[in-house]
Design a protein around this ligand. Structure first.
Ligand code: KIV
Ligand code: ZN
Length: 390
């Protein structure tokens, strides 16, 4: 089995989700949690974008020890200079430079010919290489680019010193079988491919980002770019927790492993959700609050006898510790808060009181409350207090 590197871009592409920007201190908290998760690379930001982004990349470079810290940079001298100024404090710095290679992007966005794009890619990689050894090159919109042009650009980028070549599905357009074929084509036709890792970066516009990433692993990709909870531009990026658990649960299919400490997954998901204010949908794979709840009597019966009947993942393996707290009408708000946290619901100080009041009313009329009922009661209460405060 081959090691698959996890490149986390929660703090760069994830932060590009509309309404998702984070302060520098929040980004440092997330970066430290990513280090606990043992990701291989943290893309800490896009240093040229703003002073705030520059400082975040710089401070994260100082704050984490083990992961490589990358900054994104367009294929220009100024972007690369700024990226280096920010990542130079990292123990393992990476510059990630990119230029678009699809006809539509070259014609309408860059207004550059293929030859000009090729030359710019070579110059950018060489320039980044003069600063750091670890250089990643991305062909933006690779999935809508001509495959032979991609082969030409990646070959030249590797000759110029790129140590990772990234294949982004920028607009979430590709399908898993096409991704498999494209990565195989690159692997078989780029003559110097043995000198670089193949990476993929998938967006979720058609809901296929994780499936496409796993298809790429099967074809030989050795780095996956992803985000916690799948946050990112538009419909988001591939969700890290789904990729990691997909590979772990179906190692018979994908033949790769990651070094992610899966027990840190739920903490990472909750932290990102709390900081960004982006709730995780209850039925979201792996980290949704319903992901390990069983409602139907038949399922409950099966799980009580043997959890493997309806659970393919042990909740403990992603850090969900189900306590033996039994909530009743005598329970206090601490117990309720703890139980909700275990169920994936982060409750603000303002919300816990009304939830507690509604819980008491409920328990006056019912003997017990299931996890699902408690989650519904809490979400309903939070919704009502939001409406009242408008
Ligand atoms: O989606 C994309 O193409 C990107 C690149 C800059 C890697 O985020
Ligand atoms: Zn992206």
């Amino acid at each position: 089995m081959d090691k698959i590197k996890i490149f986390d871009t929660t703090l760069r592409d994830g932060e590009q989700s509309p309404g998702c920007s984070m302060t520098i201190n929040e980004k440092i908290r997330v970066a430290k949690q990513l280090e606990m998760l043992n990701v291989d690379i943290i893309e800490a930001g896009f240093a040229i974008v703003s002073e705030g982004d520059f400082n975040s990349v710089k401070e994260i470079s100082k704050a984490v020890k083990n992961p490589t810290v990358a900054s994104l940079a367009r294929a220009t001298v100024k972007d690369i200079d700024t990226a280096f100024e920010a990542v130079k404090y990292a123990k393992n710095p990476r510059i990630h430079t990119f230029i678009a290679t699809s006809d539509i992007h070259m014609m309408y966005k860059l207004k550059m010919s293929k030859q000009e794009v090729l030359q710019r890619a070579i110059d950018a990689v060489k320039y980044a290489k003069s600063y750091v050894n670890d250089v990643e090159f991305s062909a933006e919109d690779a999935s809508r680019s001509d495959w032979d042009f991609l082969v030409e650009v990646y070959t030249a980028a590797i000759n110029a010193g790129a140590t990772t070549i990234n294949v982004p599905d920028t607009v979430g357009f590709i399908t898993p079988d096409e991704m498999y074929d494209m990565i195989s084509y690159i692997k078989n036709n780029v003559p110097n491919i043995h000198k670089a890792d193949i990476s993929v970066h998938c967006h979720n516009d058609l809901g296929l980002a994780v499936a496409n990433s796993l298809a790429a692993v099967k074809a030989g990709a050795r780095q996956i770019e992803c985000t916690i909870n799948g946050i990112g531009e538009r419909a988001g990026n591939a969700a890290m927790e789904e990729i990691v658990l997909g590979m772990k649960t179906r190692k018979d299919k994908y033949g790769g492993y990651t070094d992610i400490i899966t027990e840190e997954i739920i903490n990472s998901s909750r932290l990102v959700s709390e900081i960004t204010n982006f709730n995780v949908q209850p039925n979201k794979a792996i980290v949704g609050s319903n992901a390990f709840l069983h409602e139907s009597g038949i399922h409950q019966h099966g799980v009580i006898n043997n959890s493997l009947t309806y659970e393919i993942i042990d909740p403990k393996s992603i850090g969900i510790v189900k306590s033996n707290i039994v909530l009743g009408k005598h329970s206090g708000h601490h117990a309720i808060n703890k139980k909700l946290t275990e169920l994936g619901i982060t409750v603000s100080k303002n919300d816990i009181r009304p939830i507690f009041t509604n819980f008491k009313t409920y328990m006056d009329n019912n003997k017990e409350i299931t996890d699902k009922e408690l989650v519904e009661l809490a979400l309903q209460t939070i919704k009502q207090s939001k409406i009242q405060s408008i």
